[in-house]
Design a protein. Sequence first.
Length: 106
Amino acid sequence: YAGWQGIPCRIFNAGNYRRQVMGADQDASFFDPDNRAAADARERMAEMAAADLMAYIRKGGQIGIFDATNTVRARRDWVVDTFAQGLDLSRSRIVFLEMVCNDPKI
C-alpha cells in the first residue's frame, strides 16, 4: 500500500537472503531448532537483511519491512536492540505486525 501511495518502501526478507546465499534446497534439518550450525546461518541471514534495511533507511527509504521469523521474545528484543543501535529512533519507529492464519488448508 505504501509503495502504491508513492512512499519509498522495501521488504527485506531473511528467507530471500538465505536462498541467495545458501541456495533454495535446504531440507527440514536446516530449520531444526537443535541444529546449531543452521541456526547460526539463519541468524547471519537475518543480520544481513537488518543491515541492508538500515542502510536503505539511512539513504532516504521511509519504510523498511524486516520480514523474518520474529516470533519469540528474544528475537524481538534483538530486532529492537539492533535497529535502536543502527537508526535514529527519534526519527524512526519500530512496529511489529503479527500475521495469524487459522486456515488448516494453508
